[in-house]
Write a protein that binds this ligand. Sequence first.
Ligand SMILES: [Zn+2]
Length: 92
Amino acid sequence: MFKRRKQQMVYCDECGGRFKLRPQVEKIKDDIERVHFVCKHCKHDYTAYYTNNYIKQKQKEIREVGMRDIKKRMEIEKEIKAEMNNLRRKYE
Ligand SMILES: [Zn+2]
């Protein structure tokens, strides 16, 4: 028996096909990046989320906080979510 590397399988909303989730990063402009993945069957392009330096900084803060301070952690997560929504509105 050999172990297979676990990879998330998802179903495509457009064609119903099943494919491996392989996120790719596309540069939008300046520090803004779009993380997305493409259905291998119908080539439909799904946006996972947008990110920028601000969000990366916040994600770093979350790693530093860890599980020591849940309240702080939730605050930062809220800030990340708000910024991701902003970017999505702007660039989608
Ligand atoms: Zn598809």
